[in-house]
Write a protein that binds this ligand. Structure first.
Ligand SMILES: Nc1ncnc2c1ncn2[C@@H]1O[C@H](COP(=O)(O)OP(=O)(O)OP(=O)(O)O)[C@@H](O)[C@H]1O
Ligand SMILES: [Mg+2]
Length: 452
């Protein structure tokens, strides 16, 4: 669903406020009302509005003065002046002060609706243009998500589709598959990209701390609360809140979160003021939520509220066609960061990389490439530049090789001849790389019947 256009109506006639806001609500607008200028300015300070409808004759501050103040405070709000016959000349002059248009009272509802629709469309076009320009410059957009596999392409497509809406997104996938990266891409590709982007790791706090982090608290709410503190919900107002590791949120907190997701309303701890926020929620977890639902460790009502859009990030082994692209990407990134020439990857090293199961997924791959860029010599990444677990990947993850001869002697002999190949037959260098004395190497060559 696209974001609703937010309209503020300011008039001292309570009946008009009520009737007009009902009609606009029914026509899909989000409406707030104020009965005079000062309270309108208070609302504008706290909330974002797209359009303001202002009466001219009001106590305390007339509509023209209010228009001028709004244009100073929030020039992006479009203003429509509502005028009775007696003040029509003033209304015409208000156009010069920046009003979008004026409409005469008694109001013709169709005219009001047409005006609002025109403004909403104009603003959408402006925002669209701004958005396109923004994403081009962005560092965190979806164009940084590497991968040609169908699964990743689908994720990128979905990000593009949901970015411009305000829907809640749930990202699932094992550790290191890029969940946070995807959350970043959604926020930075959305209309909220210049608004706050707040992250909280739900697994990082014990229950009562998590609650005060999210909800904030009033002074004196508990021992140690010596001043009021805003929680993440409030700090993220108008922007995006990323709830990371939501599967680790304590069960009782889940109910409290659900209420905020549904109403956008909450109170700070120890407070009774009802605070309303407009936040887009993105949640992520590496836990199996369906299993947690069955075990009643995750609330099903919260799950159904979160699962409007689900993005599944599969483990790297299930999309091995992405591995070479990711290796390329990380090679470029780390050699740039270390101001080194971008190394090549030898065929042997690439073979190991492709056959390793990557239990730590993309993060593990990134770390392995970073290490290899540091260790490699002569501009080529060789097997020995990879972490030991990957060099010996055949021994660890891959059950299809278990029928092979895995006696230590066989592996040792294979390893020695591999290292000799790497050093081009240079035994001094091979012994050094193997961490053994040259004499020991000769003995082993003889023992394993290798050419010496
Ligand atoms: N498709 C991808 N393209 C480029 N970089 C990626 C991709 N996926 C992951 N990365 C990189 O891998 C690292 C780990 O990603 P991220 O932190 O988003 O994973 P995660 O799923 O949130 O992990 P965890 O569950 O452990 O929190 C980051 O450095 C991220 O930039
Ligand atoms: Mg993460």
């Amino acid at each position: 669903m696209p974001e609703k256009t937010k309209v503020l109506i300011v008039d001292d006639e309570i009946n008009l406020l009520k009737t007009l806001s009902d009609i606009l609500n029914r026509n899909g607008y989000e409406v707030a009302v104020a009965k005079d200028g000062p309270s309108a300015l208070g609302l504008i300070e706290k909330n974002g509005f797209d359009i303001a409808l202002l009466d001219i004759r009001m106590p305390h501050m007339d509509g023209v003065e209010l228009l001028e103040r709004i244009k100073v405070q929030r020039p992006d709000i479009e203003v429509i002046i509502m005028t009775a016959y007696a003040t029509i000349e003033t209304a015409k002059r208000s156009i010069k002060l920046g009003a979008y248009d004026y409409i005469q009272k008694p109001l013709d509802i169709d005219e009001v609706l047409i005006n609002l629709k025109n403004i909403a469309q104009m603003k959408a076009r402006v925002e669209e243009a701004r958005f396109l320009q923004n994403t081009l410059q962005l560092e965190h957009g979806y164009e940084h998500i590497i991968g040609k596999s169908q699964q990743i392409q689908k994720v990128v497509d979905t990000i593009k589709k949901v970015a411009l809406s305000a829907s809640t997104v749930l990202i699932m996938g094992p550790s290191g598959t890029g969940k946070e990266m995807v959350a970043d891409a959604i926020h930075y590709s959305s209309r909220r990209c210049s608004k706050p982007y707040v992250k909280i790791n739900c697994a990082a706090f014990p229950e009562n701390l998590l609650e005060s982090e999210l909800f904030g608290y009033e002074k004196g709410a508990f021992t140690g609360a010596d001043k009021q503190k805003k929680g993440k919900f409030e700090v993220a107002n108008e922007g995006t809140l990323f709830l990371d590791e939501i599967g680790d949120m304590p069960f009782s907190m889940q109910a409290k979160l659900l209420r905020v997701l549904e109403s956008g309303e909450f109170e700070r701890l120890g407070g009774n003021e009802l605070i309303k926020v407009n936040v887009r929620f993105i949640a992520a977890t590496n836990q199996n939520l369906s299993k947690m639902l069955q075990e009643k460790r995750f609330r099903s009502d919260l799950f159904y509220r979160l699962n409007t859009v689900i993005l599944n990030l599969p483990p790297l082994v299930e999309r091995s066609e992405d591995i070479p692209l990711l290796v390329d990407h990380f090679l470029a990134r780390f050699s740039r960061e270390m101001s080194r020439k971008r190394p090549d990857v030898s065929d042997e090293a690439m073979k190991l990389i492709l056959s390793y199961p990557w239990p730590g997924n993309v993060r593990e791959l990134a770390n392995a490439v970073e290490r290899a860029v540091i260790f490699c010599e002569e501009g080529v990444i060789k097997p020995q530049d990879l972490p030991p677990s990957i060099q010996h990947g055949l021994l660890e993850g891959h059950t299809e090789h278990l029928s092979e001869d895995l006696r230590l002697e066989t592996v040792e002999s294979r390893h020695i001849s591999g290292v000799l190949k790497l050093t081009g037959g240079n035994k001094n260098e091979a012994a050094r790389k193997l961490g053994i004395h040259r004499e020991t190497l000769y003995k082993k060559l003889k023992k394993f019947n290798l050419p010496d």
